[in-house]
Design a protein around this ligand. Structure first.
Ligand SMILES: Nc1ncnc2c1ncn2[C@@H]1O[C@H](COP(=O)(O)OP(=O)(O)OP(=O)(O)O)[C@@H](O)[C@H]1O
Ligand SMILES: [Mg+2]
Length: 504
């Protein structure tokens, strides 16, 4: 038997109102990729925070190489060889890769100035180990999301980590980029590094992990070699019940036209975009990195200015100036970066959900507070938002639960047109099913929904019609029922666009 790199025995951790980890045990072997799965709020990030010295456990033991340790700070965890990449990326966009990888630890010359030459050389060597060929002087803001994620890992490893903790490393990556990250992980594994891999994406866990541990409500419900479980087994253990249908039934008829976009162009991002959205319809936009899907959504609601083209809402031409203006016209927009856009982390759940509905609540006068609490409570139950109550501060919720709050905030307002970038990013399977059902319900009540998703199965399962974008152009439109992951991937990768030009 190999000695585990890491052994956790019977740890407990409580926060006010929440017993986040109950008697949890876990181990990580050298060269093992050990997936950690569970619903939003199950305790995954909390376990990772204990292992990285951010929080101390209330009880229980952590051993490294067989020896009990106290991890009182991230620095101590690092000294024991634990590297971590948190759920939220932490790189400074305005600094270079090298400065990010070696913050406060850059090699210096006598007199204390930074030895830039050696800093760049060291960083280049680290990057080269993963066949990442970028100049270490490149600013992080100029890197694509996958390279940023890899730089985060390189940074975590720069302190000679033997254990790497990754919290949802692929949640922001498009499907065709995941394999690049997996290559890096396989190299690390071959070097004997143990990796804890937190993810909500079952196919990825099946592809990369050696074992999976499942948490539910802060308790460990099982640890299995990956070959011994099916995706259905994992889902059942996570949610504690079988989930029969992952997607709601589609609509069979649609109402009048809600949105008509014609020849919409933006100077750099996209051009000649035309499509319509009808009442009761859910339209999905598929594409890969660089397709400019988010840019299109932003332009529709007036965040980005367009250079030509027209938008009409219910037949009337509009010139949308800002998301507030779009909202006044009945069009709600949920950006991909929920945290920075629109959640008040230091305010209770209740006020966050009602923030956009204040007028409605205000009209109810004295009843408002009670009504607000009741409406919030309804969403908490419907979307299984894990919280001690509606007065909890949003900043204290787990990542996925914050996501659900953001969605509730807009659902409460029942917009005519809902535009959503990645509706279920970072959300667990059970809540995904609920969110899909809610969106379908909203459509059935007459709304039109336009969404972008990087998960092809979600687009195929939820949309009535699929638009495919490649490098700022719409290259195809596929009705529901005719789409497969294969043909979406083919279209999205610009297969038709790459045919040799006539006479060329
Ligand atoms: N600092 C904190 N204060 C209060 N409660 C907290 C704090 N951190 C976590 N919690 C609670 O502990 C529970 C577990 O949260 P954790 O972040 O570990 O979940 P998770 O499994 O990572 O979920 P997700 O998939 O949404 O990221 C949740 O109910 C959360 O609200
Ligand atoms: Mg988490």
């Amino acid at each position: 038997m190999r000695t585990p790199l890491l052994e956790v025995t019977g740890v407990n951790k409580s926060f006010p109102g929440t017993h986040a980890l109950k008697d949890v045990s876990f181990e990580l072997l050298p060269g093992e990729i050990h997936a950690l799965m569970g619903e939003n709020g199950a305790g995954k990030s909390t376990l990772m925070h204990l292992l990285s010295g951010v929080y101390a456990p209330d009880s229980g033991e952590i051993r490294i190489d067989g020896h009990p340790v106290m991890l009182r700070s991230p620095r101590q965890a690092q000294a024991h060889g634990i590297g971590m990449v948190f759920q939220e990326l932490s790189l400074a966009p305005g600094l270079s890769i090298a400065e990010n990888v070696y913050p406060n630890r850059a090699p210096t010359r006598p007199g204390g100035t930074i030895a830039w030459g050696s800093l760049y050389r060291q960083t280049r060597e680290l990057l080269a180990q993963f066949e990442i060929d970028v100049d270490p002087r490149t600013l992080v803001r100029d890197l694509n999301i996958t390279t940023r994620q890899i730089v985060e890992i390189v940074k975590a490893l720069s302190l000679d980590a033997r254990m790497l903790l990754l919290d949802e490393p692929t949640s922001a990556l498009p499907p065709n980029e995941v394999e690049r990250l997996f290559d890096v992980l396989r190299r690390l594994k071959a070097r004997g590094i143990g990796i804890v891999y937190i993810s909500h994406r079952i196919p990825e866990v099946m592809a990369i992990a050696d074992r999976v541990t499942i948490l539910r409500d802060g308790q460990r419900v099982g640890t299995h070699p990956i070959g011994a479980v099916t995706p259905d087994d994992i889902i059942e253990q996570m949610v504690g019940r079988k989930i029969a249908d992952l997607y709601p039934a589609r609509a069979d008829s649609f109402g009048q036209e809600l949105l008509r976009v014609e020849g919409l162009s933006h100077e750099r991002d996209f051009s000649g975009i035309s499509f319509t959205l009808r009442r009761g319809e859910i339209v999905g936009v598929a594409g890969l990195m660089g397709a400019r899907r988010s840019e299109l959504l932003r332009a529709l609601v007036g965040v980005n200015k367009t250079t030509s083209g027209t938008i009409a809402i219910s037949g009337s031409p509009v010139r949308i100036q800002s998301p507030e203006h779009a909202f006044a016209l009945g069009m709600a927009y949920l950006p991909e970066e929920r945290k920075t856009d629109g959640l008040f982390l230091k305010m209770p759940l209740r006020q966050n959900i009602s923030a956009t509905a204040l007028r409605d609540f205000a009209r109810l006068g004295l009843m408002s507070a009670r009504k607000e609490a009741a409406v919030t409570q309804a969403y908490v139950e419907r979307l299984h938002i894990r919280t001690p109550g509606v007065n909890q501060l949003v900043g204290r919720l787990s990542g996925g639960n914050q996501q659900k709050v953001m969605l509730s905030k807009w659902l409460v307002r029942q917009p005519k047109i809902l535009i959503i970038d990645e509706p279920t990013k970072g959300v667990d399977v059970g809540a995904k099913v609920e969110i899909h059902a809610l969106l379908r319900e909203l459509a059935r009540q007459g709304a039109g929904i336009l969404f972008v998703s990087s998960e092809f199965p979600e687009i195929i399962g939820l949309a009535d019609r699929i638009l495919v974008m490649v490098e700022g152009r719409l290259v195809g439109e596929i009705p529901a029922g005719q789409a497969t992951e294969q043909n979406l991937m083919l279209l999205s990768s610009g297969y038709t666009a790459r045919e040799p030009a006539a006479g060329g």
